[in-house]
Design a protein around this ligand. Sequence first.
Ligand SMILES: [Zn+2]
Ligand SMILES: [Zn+2]
Length: 585
Amino acid sequence: VIADIVFDVPVWRAFAYVIPRGMELHRGQRVAAPLRGRARIGMVVDLRYGDETGLQAIARPVDAVPVLSRAALELGRWVAEESLSSWGSTLLALSPPVARRGAPVIAPPAEIGPIAGPPPELWVGTLREARLAEQLRAIDGSALVVASDREGAGRWAERLDAARLDSGVSDASRRDAWFAAARGRARIAVGTRSALLVPLPPPATLVLLDEHDPAHKPPGAPRLHSREVLSRRAALEGSRLLMLSATPSVESWWRAQSAQALRRHERTEGWPDIVTADTRGILRNHPLTLPLTRAIEDATRRGRRAALIVGRRAATLVCSECGSFVRCKECGVPLPFSRGRNSLACRLCTRAEQLPERCPTCGGRRLSPFGWDAERVEAAVRKRFPKLGVSRSDADAQIAIGPPSILKPSGPAALGCVGIVALDSLLGMPDFRGGERGFELLWAAMEAVRAEGRVVVQTLHPDHYAVEAARTRDLASFYEHEIKLRSELGYPPFRRLAVLSVRSRTEGEAHALIADCARAFDGIPGLTVYPAAPRDAASTTRLRWRLMLKGPAELPRLLAPAISPLLERGRRAGNVVEIEMDPVS
Ligand SMILES: [Zn+2]
Ligand SMILES: [Zn+2]
């Protein structure tokens, strides 16, 4: 009998091996087998009869039983196809830790037949997490809760008294939890991305927390957003899928709205006031405007905590007279700026423009990169409030200063005041998601503040639609506006993006390789191929290049025939060719 095995290598196909006499294997079981002279761990994806001549033999089973169901193997294949990446890397990244020798044998996961499931539900509103906890306690069936990071997984495991599948606990207990979930001994399991394929007895409820979080698609396998993997899984096995977010991605909002699967769990108490502090025309030598200083005073006088959110310094140019960003005329996204260069090149279409002397909108002469770093903000706050506890590391300080993530641990309605020092560092990101990220921060700030408190937004764009939607507490109006823009400019969910990048040892090779890549996509219908550009615009060497591709929903299937010889060729010559579907940042 022949076993087809996939490995954690950038190769798409499976490798055939002979199963030694007396060894019993199943699909979904891990084995050790020789590959190019090395013993490697692989996953058995198929067993079949065939010609065994010339095939190598499997060395030993790594697990005594399968760790993945056949349905999970198929789901993994779909993930690999959708992300134009390796089936083996995908499956092995989504398997439990390997057992140490002598670990007890545990029964394999049950198989589930395909059933049609309900459309994925999208839960918004401040009470979404409280409702989720109630529902999960009330149902009888199994459940998987996927958090965006270990800290979140830990909080939810405690809250639900659930088994943990993430790397916040030891390998042995993760492995136990995997099989306990598969056999229904642990009714609720909590994990991160690595738990996406854990087998569950039906009927199962799948939950994705903080659906909008880019942490659901970090670099590395599996190279697809957790939202897509769970949506596909739910559809294949008929499970119910709940996705929670204060401010979902535009893609999910659009889909849920079309499927009438949007559920609102609104807060019952009031909302804080939103105050905008217009920083246009103000010399930016101090990060605290008067409204923000007052809000901090009021909050701390009442014994409430304040948080000041400082984003990364904007890598874009903004006019301090009218607040406009310098944008690409073609793509509508702000142009990235780096010091010491005299041109601006669009990240998408690579169009380069001379560094303008005057604002293209109002003719103003004060164009500069905008933003405050946390250190400078801290110094200014200490000077202004010498008697208060100020910290950049302790989220429980009287005044905490940091990135948007410092709002997370507090939970809803815990703070007296949130100040957004420079919203424009998000709105002006050189990416089509700038509006989404800015709105996400505004709404998170509103949820974090008590009804009698205040959110102060310092911005050059007090009339931006994201600010307006937050001020009027109208979630839907933000998405309406954003969806219209996305459809006009051809961004997700209406078109799909992919980034192809190459890396070579010499500039000549790199350039030739990226040119060949671009040629390989010539003539594919429905595809937009943007010109290639050096990956790091600031670097003087040209060893890395990238190009952006845009196409319809079936983009991976359009690219697949052209891309696999390129990946193969890149490997042979010691070069690297990579493709990233649906980039998130
Ligand atoms: Zn201007
Ligand atoms: Zn452009």
